[in-house]
Design a protein around this ligand. Structure first.
Ligand SMILES: [Mg+2]
Length: 318
């Protein structure tokens, strides 16, 4: 098979949006954004051996690659629409691998009504670069810079699972049979919280997706907003199995420091927070703490002790 046949496999059934005038197959795509909307754009590269294991199933690699890019749209409150992909794969890669990759990619495209409008293939070490383009209403978006003193801090879904999955997949840790699949899915099938992002446009003062860990990513919000935070560790929504496998303290530290969960951490003004919870968010959200006027991020346990998170990927910023 030549390169063009492989591109055909990768771009098979790319989706069918009415706003795509010209999709895959010419030198560039032509699309029409909705009137009175703004475009949100994000791109991310995933490299074998760094962002995923190169011997993982192609379907799972594709799913994760697109999911982490969609997660950036979710964190902005944007509605994703169009996707381009540049795949670099070793010359010896089988046609079967490309088919499975394409199937994994397509399954998530369909789930979010997206269209792949451009694809490119190169030979080299396995890496995947994806660009997602989406829409935002005029004058509103979820930024990292809007958190205010007194705002409540929330996290969606559960956290820590992907970090434990990494330990399991790299052979650093044995995990009991009960939790293997759930942890695997946390790493390769993160759920980009696109619907939550859109819902939060009416409530949140700031948001970020958790790619580098709660401490590091909440730290980005604090830095951009010029505020501090207190987080109560007993309120953290820790992924099922972490406490059983690691004990409460270690589970907590991993949930704070571990990345790759792609849940959303966001802040809501105090006066809107109970209304937000009552308004039926499209996925579970849990209040974990509040924004303070200090320049510190403090994780406080149930006895009032402050956890040492110097090793948790958070760097004091003042
Ligand atoms: Mg992000």
């Amino acid at each position: 098979m030549n390169e063009f046949d492989l591109i055909d496999i990768l771009t098979l059934k790319p989706g069918s949006r009415l706003d795509v005038e010209l999709g895959v197959g010419d030198d560039a795509a032509i699309v029409t954004p909705p009137e009175s909307s703004r475009l949100a754009m994000a791109t991310d590269t995933l490299v074998a051996g760094i962002h995923f294991f190169s011997d993982a199933p192609a379907y799972d690699i594709a799913y994760r690659s697109l999911a982490v890019n969609l997660s950036d749209m979710a964190a902005m409150g944007a509605t994703p629409a169009w996707v381009t992909m540049s795949l670099t794969a070793p010359k010896k890669t089988s046609v079967k691998w490309f088919r499975e990759f394409s199937n994994g990619f397509r399954s998530l495209l369909q789930k979010h009504d997206l269209q792949l409008v451009g694809g490119d293939l190169c030979h080299g070490s396995l890496s995947i670069t994806i660009q997602v383009i989406g829409f935002l209403p005029k004058n509103i978006a979820l930024l990292r810079s809007g958190a205010k003193v007194g705002d409540k801090i929330f996290v969606s879904g559960d956290i820590g699972g992907a970090a434990l999955a990494l330990k399991m997949l790299s052979g650093q840790m044995e995990v009991s049979e009960n939790y293997k699949q759930i942890l695997y899915n946390r790493f390769y099938y993160p759920e980009p919280q696109v619907e939550l992002g859109k819902f939060l446009l009416g409530y949140a003062s700031s948001a970020i997706d958790i790619s580098d860990g709660l401490a590091a990513d909440l730290g980005h919000i604090l830095k951009k907003s010029g505020v501090g935070a207190e987080v109560y560790t007993n309120k953290l929504p820790i992924c099922k199995g972490l406490k059983a496998e690691l004990g409460t303290n270690e589970a907590c530290l991993l949930a704070i420091s571990g990345g790759d969960d792609y849940q959303v951490c966001f802040t809501v003004p105090k006066e809107l927070s109970s209304e937000m919870v009552r308004s039926d968010p499209p996925c579970p959200v849990v209040e974990i703490g509040e924004i303070t006027s200090s320049n510190m991020l403090k994780f406080i346990d149930i006895d009032g002790n402050i956890l040492d998170i110097s090793s948790a990927g958070y760097h004091h910023f003042n």
